[in-house]
Design a protein. Structure first.
Length: 183
């Protein structure tokens, strides 16, 4: 087992810098661009969105399926021509705008009984430390692509890249402020 205390930032950084590196255009942490919060929003080279939910506890993982992003509460009324609220919410297979969805978690919290709690189309990525301290990844289940997910427009891709750039500059400012407080 791991002897490391995993946290969301550490897992996100590992995925962004190593797991998704060189295969995708941009990775943005804690992003609400899809209309729902993504722990990591990944834009692929073919302009599709991968949403990664990072979980560091079993209870957090179990609670995730109750989030609004997994439930359809409105539907188009074909007679009236507008959206109406559903009497009973319907489960979604994928969150809005998402081509692929993954859960990422430390291997040490994983229990096979959690598989049934996760939507069937979602992939499962488990992280652990190798024998030499390096972070290793196990794709326990690949994500199924959403055939209805539209490609991003070039304008939307630029908007997401702008957001990533602004996050970087804000991080630099936070680091500078922290250093100034330390002196």
């Amino acid at each position: 087992m791991d002897n490391i205390k995993w946290n969301e930032g550490m897992i996100g950084r590992e995925l962004a810098l190593n797991y998704f590196q060189r295969r995708h255009l941009v990775v943005v942490p804690n992003c609400g661009w899809t209309g729902y919060e993504c722990d990591l929003l990944v834009v692929t080279k073919n302009l599709r969105i991968i949403d990664v939910e990072i979980k560091i506890s079993r209870s957090d993982l179990r609670a995730d399926v109750k989030k609004d992003k997994w439930w359809k509460t409105y539907a188009m009324d074909p007679v009236a021509g507008f959206h109406r609220r559903l009497d009973e919410p319907e489960p979604k297979t994928w969150p809005e705008k998402v081509w692929k969805h993954y859960y990422a978690a430390p291997l040490e919290i994983w229990d096979e009984s959690l598989t049934e709690k996760i939507p069937a189309a979602s992939g499962i990525l488990l992280l652990y430390r190798g024998h030499h301290g390096e972070v290793r990844y196990e794709c326990r289940r690949p994500a199924r692509p959403n055939p209805d997910a539209e490609k991003l427009s070039p304008e939307s891709a630029v908007d997401i890249a702008r957001l990533a750039s602004l996050r970087m500059w804000n991080a630099y400012q936070s680091l500078q402020n922290e250093r100034a407080r330390a002196t």
